[in-house]
Design a protein around this ligand. Structure first.
Ligand code: F6P
Length: 535
């Protein structure tokens, strides 16, 4: 396996000075370094990958046992070794399967929960289920991390399909979030969803209490308008939410992978059960492709290999996700959790320190807005940031087709500009046409040079409908899985967020003044004292 890594690293070293544009002298490059599958076109030809490097990357995937690890995930092996859990978010969207965990078929319960969700959603949307002031007009989802980001991202993405109650989200423990979200809502017609796998997350439980008090000021029995989504029914019952309005899921569904099941209830309420089914079908389609397609023709595997090439191979520390689709506004934030919580690890599954980088920093914003914010650095900064563009072939606003054309033109123009750049010669011509001469011309021209040779990929999907969104989300899930599998890490735990939670609990008394903070370092003590007005 180390041999395969060394081979990849040697190829990346050799590619450092390679001009991407020159690779297009091979006339079939675009066709060779792109793939069409699951209603999408993935173009990775604007990278420094050549045929040999691609072959080496595919060998790396083989040598690290990606296929066997993938099959182990789908076979319900307990691949989340630190928590001794299977990883089966895919079971939520492959409803005809039979999957045994600890000798028991988990599918009947998944199907039963889905059917209960569908029944409840139909009742809410038809008005058969009422709040204490009449039919439900608004839904507030209280959750954080995976219990928030997936539902928010998907609700915004599928805005044209939202024809149910309005959906709102409260995640931050900052009281501003609850205050601003609840402003203008009628408690008597609002349904509150408390979404928390563990049902102990301090932000969610604090917000849930606050919203319950807000509701109690106006309605006789707030509990009637509360729903719980959790894998801990004992705790939801203790909070006062009855079993009939609790939708559970197994511990084999990780928080950041949970939008496909009960945590997606807010989405189902907004778009209806049929479109939610479409979303699941899109995810299942990507699963089938991921399981069956050969490595070199497999979308999630190619995305992962390009990621490994750029981060571990070429040494680029971050990657930008740039959807040219305003409704994918929250996709970068969603992917930040998916990728950075999954692969931001420092040891292998066996606990050995990793000899190379793990997950890159993932960031981004929709285009074209980002163009007028941070693209300057992408084009002319000294850091190379591989860019991952996404754009729909067809928009949702046929009457505004000229907008969509401009959007697409901007998307393609950016990847072209990143690769091609602008030479000093051209920059001089520009400076000269502006009237500059001599030294001043040189100074002005230097500012207008674009080095180019900056890699990017482009994913084109048909139209951002529920099925397409399902395909996209599952594609990224599997990409993250493959990158983790190649690195040999456990992508399914998140111990790195525990320490901060523990320390926050301990700092409560320091901030309130009950504890003088003598155990704390000087900086933390000073900050705490200043915050409580004592320093
Ligand atoms: O941030 C850690 C984490 O455990 C995430 O993995 C998870 O999505 C989030 O907290 C929320 O957890 P829960 O759904 O249990 O409230």
């Amino acid at each position: 396996m180390e041999k395969a890594w060394s081979a990849m690293e040697a190829h990346a070293e050799a590619a450092q000075g390679r001009r991407i544009e020159a690779l297009f002298e091979a006339p079939d490059r675009a066709a060779m370094f792109s793939l069409q599958a699951c209603g999408m076109l993935f173009d990775y030809s604007k990278t420094a990958l050549n045929g040999a490097a691609l072959g080496i990357l595919v060998d790396l995937a083989s040598a690290t046992g990606v296929e066997a690890q993938r099959d182990a995930m789908f076979a319900a092996d307990k691949i989340n070794t630190t928590e001794d859990r299977a990883v089966l978010h895919t079971a939520l969207r492959n409803l005809d399967a039979r999957i045994d965990v600890d000798g028991q078929d988990i599918m009947p319960e998944i199907r039963e929960t889905l059917s209960r969700m569908q029944g409840f959603v139909k009742d809410v949307r038809s008005g058969a289920f009422k709040g204490q002031g009449g039919p439900i007009t608004d839904v507030v989802n209280i959750g954080i991390g995976g219990s928030d980001l997936g539902p928010v991202m998907a609700n915004i993405a599928l805005t044209p399909y939202c024809n149910g109650p309005r959906v709102h989200f409260i995640s931050n423990v900052d009281g501003a979030d609850a205050t601003d979200t609840l402003r203008g809502l009628d408690p008597a017609t609002t349904l509150v969803i408390v979404a928390s796998k563990t049902f102990t997350t301090i932000e969610t439980m604090t917000n849930a209490e606050t919203v319950r008090l807000w509701m109690a000021e106006s309605v006789a029995d707030p509990a009637v308008q509360f729903v719980a989504l959790s894998s801990r029914p004992d705790r939801t019952a203790a909070f006062g939410i009855p079993e009939a309005r609790t939708f559970g899921f197994g511990d084999f569904v990780g928080g950041r992978y949970s939008v496909w099941g009960p945590i997606g209830l807010s989405l189902m309420l907004a778009v209806g059960p049929e479109d939610f089914d479409e979303f699941l079908a899109g995810g299942a389609e990507m699963d089938a492709h991921f399981r069956a397609a050969p490595l070199a023709d497999n979308l999630p595997i190619l995305l992962a290999l390009v990621g490994v090439w750029h981060h571990q191979g070429m040494g680029y520390p971050t990657r930008a996700v740039l959807p040219y689709e305003q409704r994918l506004l929250r996709l970068p934030a969603y992917l930040q959790q998916l990728e950075m919580e999954s692969n931001g690890k420092r040891v292998t599954k066996a606990g050995a320190a990793l000899p190379r980088e793990t997950g890159p920093v993932v960031w981004g914003e929709p285009g074209t807005n980002g163009q007028h914010a941070f693209y300057q650095l992408l084009h002319q900064g000294t850091q190379v940031v591989p860019c991952e563009f996404l754009v729909g072939r067809v928009g949702h606003e046929p009457e505004l087709a000229h907008h969509h054309l401009l959007l697409q033109a901007n998307c393609l123009a950016q990847s072209e500009a990143l690769m091609v750049g602008r030479s000093l010669e051209t920059a001089r011509e520009i400076a000269s046409s502006l009237g500059y001469e001599g030294n001043e011309l040189e100074t002005q021209a230097a500012q207008r040079v674009f080095a180019g040779n900056r890699p990017s990929t482009t994913l084109i999907y048909e139209r951002l409908d529920p099925r397409t969104l399902g395909r996209i989300v599952a594609l990224y899930e599997h990409r993250v899985f493959v990158e983790g599998a190649i690195l040999g890490i456990n992508s399914f735990d998140q111990w790195g967020v525990e320490l901060g939670k523990e320390l926050a609990t301990a700092l409560g008394p320091v901030l309130s003044g009950e504890d003088d903070g003598h155990n704390k370092d000087g900086s933390t003590r000073m900050l705490a004292n200043y915050l409580r007005g004592a320093g």
